[in-house]
Design a protein around this ligand. Structure first.
Ligand code: GLC
Length: 540
């Protein structure tokens, strides 16, 4: 019975998701910015890499104040990226190559250029006034309360014409929708159905834990841990502005919309501690299928910390809740920048051998670096509006490096963001020729995972987390794989008691040790990870 249910695992439980930041993937029309035609052009690369689904950051009509996370028309593709027909072509071409397509849904806020907001702003009596969050000022005329924008400053913007303030969790040009209003909900569900009916396979929902705010507009508590180096909005704890209990009711509604269409996926972007994160599976799993698990994005690269966060996550999952892991995204520094290019290979091995759906950020498969962007080329509003430019996100959004031709084969003209300096050597074409490259490591790991029930469905158990070494076992139906990662820069050896470690090395992160026999002793080079298929009689 159990077996039957598990072999029935849904595509997103078996699959690997690949995030594309469309501005930076491939530019076909020669304006220095990536587009949908560029994504279509590169689909064969993704099919060959072996991923199962692509998630596109927003491609809808937008003034681009926050690079598409400020939408002015949910049902139109921005001309920068192409047309609705291009999007249909993309979905069709992706499906033909066995790839699913996930779009970004940004329901928490619109652009201030969205007609809904233009109407809402037109006056207190406008029928759409209540579609956004309007409040009178405090008795002293200042902002209604102490809520802060994630992008700096007060979250309230004064509107002189109506003498009221509107709330924006991000830029002032990204007013928050009022999700307590049923008309707003219906309007966004209509947007969802519009895209689902066009054949897309699911949504990644932007800042889903922000949707509902406190109905009493209470001040957020001051954060006692706030200190130098913290982003300015961390001065208060977002107790009343995010993760409100009522949000789960809204998400269950979104989930029902998804479930009107067979086989579609709902992912939530949620930055919360693990015990709060798992609540987003919803009561009786009525919430998102995958609440994005970002624990690895900021985890210290150290065996004890990693083992603890994996164990905490595994323990916190609700019955039937499917795990997932994310190693990089368009908001956080690149993994290769954070832990270095050699350890990034172990990052790949960890991501693709843990239990649950992995999400790969474009370019991480070639070890794309975090890029230092000169001040005059910064674009991200977080970098340009907050005094500390270091918080900016441009450095992880640089163009994909395809080959050694001009502009790395990304575009015929100077790209919107600079390339990483190493693009002549570090690019997809070069790495395809080098059987030991990180690209081939990703490919091998994905291939192994795809065909291996232990990796797809097996249980997880840490067996050692000490110093630089992290060892864990995945087990399914009597078959076991041992994953051993050396997170340090010195070689390491482990002697096991007789009879406990016996098997065959299936894959090494250095891609040159396949089929070695392992018996009693495990030798790992510096910054090396290995996957060992254990013999039936090994008693690890
Ligand atoms: C999400 C997006 C981020 C964006 C923010 C506001 O966190 O990932 O890029 O700036 O929402 O929409």
């Amino acid at each position: 019975m159990k077996l039957e249910r598990q072999t029935d695992a849904r595509w997103w439980q078996r699959g690997v998701i690949y995030q594309i930041y469309p501005r930076s993937f491939h530019d076909m029309n020669g304006d220095g910015v990536g587009d949908l035609a560029g994504v279509i052009h590169r689909l064969p690369y993704l099919a060959e890499l072996g991923v199962d689904a692509i998630w596109l950051s927003p491609v809808f009509r937008s003034p681009m104040a926050d690079f598409g996370y400020d939408i002015s028309d949910y049902k139109t593709i921005d001309p920068l990226f192409g047309t609705l027909e291009d999007c249909d072509r993309l979905v069709e071409a992706a499906h033909a190559q066995g790839l699913k397509v996930i779009l970004d849904l940004v329901p928490n806020h619109t652009s201030d250029q969205h007609p809904w907001f233009t109407e809402s702003r037109a006056g207190r009596a406008n029928p759409k006034r209540d579609w956004y969050i309007w409040r009178d000022g405090a008795p002293d005329g200042g902002a209604p309360n102490n809520w802060l924008s994630d992008f700096g400053g007060s979250a309230w913007q004064y509107d002189p014409a109506s003498d009221q303030y509107y709330y924006h969790a991000f830029l002032a040009s990204q007013p928050d929708l009022n999700w307590r209003n049923p008309e707003v909900r219906a309007a966004i569900y209509d947007v969802m159905r519009f895209w689902l009916a066009r054949g897309i396979d699911g949504f990644r929902v932007d800042v889903i834990w922000h949707l509902i705010k406190d109905d009493q507009f209470r001040d957020n508590p001051v954060n006692p841990a706030f200190g130098a180096g913290s982003p300015p909005h961390n001065a208060v704890i977002p107790l009343y502005t995010a993760d409100r209990p009522e949000v789960h009711e809204v998400i269950a509604e979104m989930r029902s919309v998804i479930d009107e269409f067979a086989g579609r996926l709902l992912i939530g972007e949620i930055y919360l501690p693990i015990e709060k994160l798992v609540a987003y599976y919803g009561r009786d799993l009525s919430g998102v299928h995958l609440p994005f698990n970002f624990a690895l994005l900021s985890a210290p690269w150290e065996a004890g910390s990693l083992a603890k966060l994996i164990a905490d996550y595994e323990a916190a999952l609700p019955t039937g809740g499917w795990p997932n892991w994310v190693l990089g995204n368009h908001d956080r520094p690149r993994i290769a920048g954070r832990i270095g290019p050699r350890q990034a290979r172990l990052g790949a091995m960890l991501l693709l051998t843990l239990r649950g759906t992995p999400t790969i950020y474009y370019g991480d498969e070639i070890g794309l670096q975090q890029v230092a962007i000169p001040l005059e080329r910064l674009h991200d509003p977080v970098a340009t509006s907050v005094p500390d430019h270091a918080l900016g996100r441009d450095g992880c959004r640089t163009p994909m490096q395809w080959d050694g031709s001009a502009y790395a084969g990304f575009s015929a003209v100077e790209p919107w963001l600079p390339l990483s300096d190493d693009w002549r050597e570090r690019n997809a074409a070069e790495q395809k020729h080098d059987q030991r490259s990180i690209y081939w490591l990703y490919r091998r790991l994905i291939e192994l995972r795809r065909s291996n029930q232990v990796l797809l469905q097996g249980s997880y158990r840490t067996i050692l987390a000490r110093g630089d070494l992290l060892l864990f076992i995945r087990e399914y139906s009597g078959h076991r794989l041992l994953v051993a990662l050396n997170l340090g820069n010195d070689p390491a050896s482990l002697n096991f008691e007789e009879g406990t470690l016996r098997g065959r090395l299936v894959l090494s992160s250095s891609l040159d040790r396949e089929d070695e026999d392992v018996d009693g002793r495990l030798d790992l080079r510096d910054a090396e990870g290995v996957i060992i298929s254990l013999s039936q009689d090994a008693e690890v």
